[in-house]
Structures are given as C-alpha cells and as structure tokens.
Design a protein around this ligand. Structure first.
Ligand code: HSE
Length: 420
C-alpha cells in the first residue's frame, strides 16, 4: 500500500482526495497497489470538510511521518513551498506538485536535490492535459522547433466570454474565480505570469533552457478592450493569450502575450477554460494537445496520474527531461528586443490634415513596413488608424510606439497586439 500526504486541501487538493477514493478500483489496478491518503494539511482546522483521513495544520506531521511515501504539495506560493518540498525530498519522500510558480523559479535546484527520488509535476502545466508526459517521453526523439498555445484557462475563459458574449472584464474575472479556475491572486492569470511559469517549465523540457520569469517578455490581457476584440473579429481574427517558445538556430525565444490569431487556425477555435498547445518536432511534425486547463478535477486528474506513476515504479525520470546537457549545443535565450513579429496597431488620432503623413513617416523612420491600413472615425474629432505591419523587430515597434505616443495629435498610447 502507498500512503499519501496532501499539503493544501483547496480546490485541487480536495479533488485529488476524492479521485483517489472514488476511482480506487481502477487506480489500484493500474498502480498494482492500493493508494490511500493518510493525512492532509489545512490552514484552518475549524472548518469541517468531511474528509475521512486525518487533518492537521502542521506540515511536519506529513514530512516527518515515516509511513507517508508521497507528499503532494498543493499549498501554492514559491519560497514556503520550496522549503516544504526540499524537506520532503531530504526525508526520502517522493513529491508531486501542481505548483508552476515554484517550478518557474526553482526547477533546476529541485532536480539537483531530488536526484533519484521521484519529483513529478504534470498538473503544473495545462491542468488535465498530459503535456509534460508528451514532451518529456512521447516526443523525446525530436528536436523541438516550437511550442505555442493557450496555457491559461482563466484568460481563455475570459477572452471567450468577452468575444462571444461581450461580457465585461470584471464580471467574467469574478466568474472564473468562482469556478475555481483563477489563481489565489488572479493578477497572475490576467497579467500573463501563470502562463509564463508554464512556458518556462515546457521550455526546460524541450530545450534544456534555464530562464526565470524576469528574463522573458510577459504581457497579460488587462488592456484588451472590447473595441480591439470587435476590430479583430471584423478582420477575421480572434484575440487570445498565448505562450510561445521558438527555436531559431542556437537561440530560443520565449514570450507570453495576447495575439491576433486568424480565426480559421485550430488554436483560435479553442474556447472557454480549455487549453490547447501545439508542439512541432523536427521528426514528428506538428502535434496538438487539447483539454481542460484549470479546475479541480482536471488538475487533480494529472496529480493522481503522477501518484500512480510513482506507485508503479518509485523511480524518477530525469525530472526536466535531460539526463545531461547536449554536447556542444547550448541554446541561449533570445533577447526580447530581437523578437520578430507582425503587429496590429490602433492609433487614436485627432482627425486633422497631415496626421496620416506624419504617422507613416515615423513608421518609415523606425524600419517598419505597413501591410494594411484603415481609418475609422471614432468621435467627431478623432479617428482610429488600424494598421497591420509586415514582420518587424520588437525593439523597433517599441521605439515607434513611444515616438507616436508623444505626438500632440495622438490621443493615447497606441494599442499594440502581436499577430500570429
Ligand atoms: N489559474 C490557472 C489557469 C490554473 O487559469 O490556467 C491552472 O494552472
């Protein structure tokens, strides 16, 4: 029998305990042994949760319990969780976590500390989709060319409702929180950080690259307005928050931001809390992974899969997929300013003679070539210039936006959304 201790009995922790109980028949058959929760850690002992295992508010009751084989860390946070899982590993316990923030900062240290002790984290990326398994095992024969996808269920849920039903941003964020999709601090979701944490984890498995959130381009969906959603729709695009990792010779670009995606692309059709990730390998070609990216049962499904895997073998794979670095092939992180993309810009200007000529001159001065341009009246005196560019450098676009924003006939900083 394998005994499990769960640290954190919120949405995912509760679902983990329930799945282990409700699906015990299939789980024990697959694992070849019975798996039971021995103890759970909660913050508030006074709340009655109706669990049939012991509850404590002291993590050491799990970490120091010799009968517990697997510690499931679902407490969240970074440094506190790091201390807890380090202690679990030091005490010889296998660890399963859904904590992407922890991994975004400490994954290489944890790999070093874990050595042969199993440390698994399938639930940390894309909830119920077994993307880590796919990337680390199923695609291990490939050089990975790119990873691109919807990695935050909350943002996708919000963007879908804002697009299809024109629901207001705050209303729909509250709904995502009530449904248990959002992080404890939802600014992690809408600010793009949660997706970035996930992208960094996938980038380590795909490229062996060690980067921190601070090193990469991260933007969220806070500034996406109904106006831009409608213009995007009119021109045949949908707006979604994407995580993108792309290999270009010996550099890897990593970025998270809202994108305009042509509506016929598969990823554009992934709606609601669903996540969808495309992985392109040099031998396999494109593969696509789709499923619920957040929510108790979906995330716990991945947690329990890791528990079963450990119960079966007790062994650890190379935690981040590489047993050793590739000889003579170190990939480095591309500077954000060197990233190339097409861009959508909405420049709100006073509708006066000569404005267009001045704007297009600034495009030319910044090496940016216009692909399409359209002017739409906004109010009596102002108009929206809707522009899409040919491929340009991020640094040029950023400089140009600053220059345009400083002009007296420009009413506010131009809106910029990258086009996939
Ligand atoms: N807040 C996360 C999301 C949960 O919305 O995707 C799953 O990691």
């Amino acid at each position: 029998m394998i005994k499990v201790g769960i640290i954190g009995l919120g949405t995912v922790g509760t679902s983990t305990a329930q799945i282990l109980k409700e699906n015990a028949d299939v789980i024990s058959a697959r694992a070849g042994t019975q798996i039971v929760v021995k103890r759970g850690v909660v913050r508030d002992l006074h709340k009655d949760r109706g669990f049939d295992f012991q509850i404590t508010d002291n993590v050491d009751d799990i970490l120091n319990d010799d009968e517990i084989d697997i510690v499931v860390e679902l407490m969240g946070g970074v440094e506190g969780a790091f201390e807890v899982v380090k202690k679990a590993l030091k005490n010889g316990k296998a660890v399963v976590t859904a904590n992407k923030a922890l991994l975004a900062y400490h994954r290489y240290e944890l790999q070093e500390i874990a050595q042969d002790i199993a440390f698994e984290y399938e639930a940390s990326v894309a909830g119920g989709i077994p993307i880590i398994n796919a990337l680390r095992d199923g695609l291990s024969a490939n050089h990975i060319k790119s990873i691109m996808g919807i990695m935050n269920g909350t943002c996708n849920y919000m963007m879908t409702k804002m697009t299809n039903e024109r629901v207001a941003y705050d209303t729909i964020l509250k709904e995502a929180q009530e449904l248990g999709y959002a992080e404890a601090d939802p600014s992690f979701d809408v600010g793009g950080y949660d997706a970035a944490h996930k992208l960094l984890i996938l980038a380590s498995i795909a490229y062996g690259i060690d980067a921190k959130p601070e090193d990469i381009l991260i933007e969220g969906i806070q500034n996406i307005s109904q106006e831009d959603i409608c213009f995007a729709k009119e021109f045949g695009y949908v707006i979604k928050l994407l995580g993108i990792a792309k290999k270009d010779t010996d550099e890897v670009e990593l970025r998270v931001h809202a994108c305009l995606i042509p509506k016929e692309q598969m990823i554009a059709k992934i709606d609601g809390v669903m996540n969808g990730i495309s992985v392109v390998g040099d031998k396999v070609g494109e593969t696509l992974y789709y499923g619920p990216g957040a929510g108790g049962n979906a995330t716990a499904s991945a947690v329990v899969a890791n528990i079963i895997d450990i119960a079966r073998s007790g062994k650890s794979k190379p935690m981040l997929g590489f047993d050793r670095p590739m000889e003579g092939k170190t990939l480095t992180l591309k500077a954000a300013s060197d990233i190339e993309s097409k861009y959508y810009l909405r420049i709100n200007v006073s509708d006066k003679r000569g404005v267009l000529a001045k704007i297009t001159k600034i495009f030319e001065d910044n090496n940016i070539s216009v692909e399409t341009m359209l002017q739409r009246p906004a109010t009596n005196q102002s108009a929206n210039l809707l522009i899409s560019t040919h491929i340009a450098y991020e640094r040029d676009i950023q400089n140009m936006i600053k220059e345009i924003a400083s002009l007296d006939f420009v009413n506010f900083t131009p809106v910029m959304i990258r086009i996939v």
